[in-house]
Design a protein around this ligand. Structure first.
Ligand code: SF4
Ligand code: SF4
Length: 379
């Protein structure tokens, strides 16, 4: 994730980050948690595949029914205990739709009691006033509202209509003092609507949105052109609207693009941004984040379902994560020395690291070049 607004404002300077660098995740302010000195990863946990929607663009392998072999309540509680003992800095709960799990609040309440920080990703369709209160009581401080479900209208996607439908649920969350922001999918089908979509986000009163690009299979040329258009729009918007927090997902090269734009006019600010990007260290897969699916399989990131590095039913997450003989983990933690092709010769590779999933899908090698890199020229 690249937080364009924070980068532009240089809200946290590299010095602030340094100040917190040797502290544990529980001693660091929330917004700096990604810089904490945590050996344990942030866990992105898909707790069920069950979803109340079946969206065309779902990348989470959701279905209308739960799988019969999903982690049981007992297994999930034990996993929570283990994450707490590992001092996992943050647990991001995904589905399917997490709220379809009947034991959701048992699990969330237990995680809260154990001192884990939890954020929830939800399509919010199941959120009522009562649920919003229970979310707050379970210590969940933030709900990322995934718009894809509510935005499915008559076989196509209408984000503006989806935002309207989500308004009452956003109010319930606000009244319960739970922070929220939206995650919006942009692709060729709605790129031209981006200004009005963002206007509709403003009208909801939200102060944060994340943009996720829909990638059509293998058409990297189109993906890159769209990416530049999306980024130009978002950077201009974030500069003019400092009160809104603008975030992008899945393209760490966004940081390089932003840096190049700022460097032309404000080299000093760009230098500070570069120090911050270096502290973040680009793609966190297998180094600072890990994904656990509803069967307990462990993946390097949520988009990397094709690779499994263990299962928490058979081994403790800590044993999987700290296994020094695991070649892919070794590579992901020292990726600048393994990258090949355009990423291998890129001067900014330590700020970005490319994308292992896209590289592996395209050329069979996770340390190959990222086929979606949209940065032009030498960088
Ligand atoms: S060449 Fe690779 S490492 Fe460099 S900016 Fe592009 S994706 Fe990132
Ligand atoms: S491997 Fe790719 S999809 Fe996964 S976290 Fe890194 S950049 Fe994102």
């Amino acid at each position: 994730m690249i937080n364009i607004s924070r980068m532009l404002k240089v809200k946290e300077t590299a010095r602030d980050v340094e100040k917190h660098h040797n502290k544990g995740a529980d001693e660091v302010p929330k917004h700096l948690v990604r810089y904490a000195n945590s050996k344990a990863p942030m866990v992105i946990w898909n707790i069920t595949r069950k979803c109340n929607f079946s969206c065309d663009m779902c990348h989470l392998g959701s279905a209308l029914e739960a799988d019969s072999d999903e982690l049981t309540t007992k297994e999930a509680l034990e996993f929570i205990d283990h994450m707490a003992s590992m001092k996992v800095p943050l647990v991001s709960v995904y589905g399917g739709e997490p709220l379809t799990r009947g034991d959701f609040f048992t699990l969330a309440g237990h995680a809260h009691k154990k001192g884990l920080r939890i954020i929830l990703s939800s399509n919010v369709a199941l959120i009522t006033e009562k649920t919003a209160g229970e979310i707050a009581e379970s210590g969940i401080s933030y709900v990322g509202i995934d718009m894809d479900g509510l935005a499915q209208v008559g076989g196509s996607m209408d984000v503006i209509a989806g935002l309207k439908k989500a308004l009452p649920m956003m109010d319930y969350l606000r009244d319960a003092m739970v922070g929220c922001g939206v995650r919006i999918t942009i692709g060729s089908f709605n790129l031209s609507q981006m200004p009005s979509i963002i206007k509709a986000v403003e009208n909801t009163g939200l102060k944060r949105f994340a943009i996720c690009q829909h990638i059509e299979d293998g058409d990297w040329k189109a993906v890159k052109e769209e990416r530049r258009e999306i980024l130009d729009f978002l950077i201009d918007y974030a500069m003019k609207n400092p009160e809104m927090e603008v975030v992008t997902e899945n393209f760490y090269a966004d940081g390089i693009y932003l840096l190049q734009r700022v460097a032309k006019r404000e080299p000093e600010r760009a230098a500070e941004m570069e120090r911050l990007l270096a502290k973040q260290g680009g793609c966190p897969a297998g180094d600072r984040i890990v994904n656990v699916d509803y069967w307990g399989n462990v993946h390097l990131c949520p988009y990397w379902q094709s690779r499994t590095i263990g299962n928490i039913r058979e081994q403790k997450l800590s044993d999987i994560w700290f296994d020094e003989e695991n070649d892919i983990l070794t590579m992901m933690r020292d990726k600048t020395n393994y990258l090949k092709g355009k990423c291998g010769s890129c001067r900014s590779k330590h700020l970005c690291m490319g994308c292992g999933v896209r590289a592996e899908e395209t050329c069979g090698d996770p340390s190959g070049e990222d086929p979606a890199c949209f940065i032009k020229g030498k960088h």
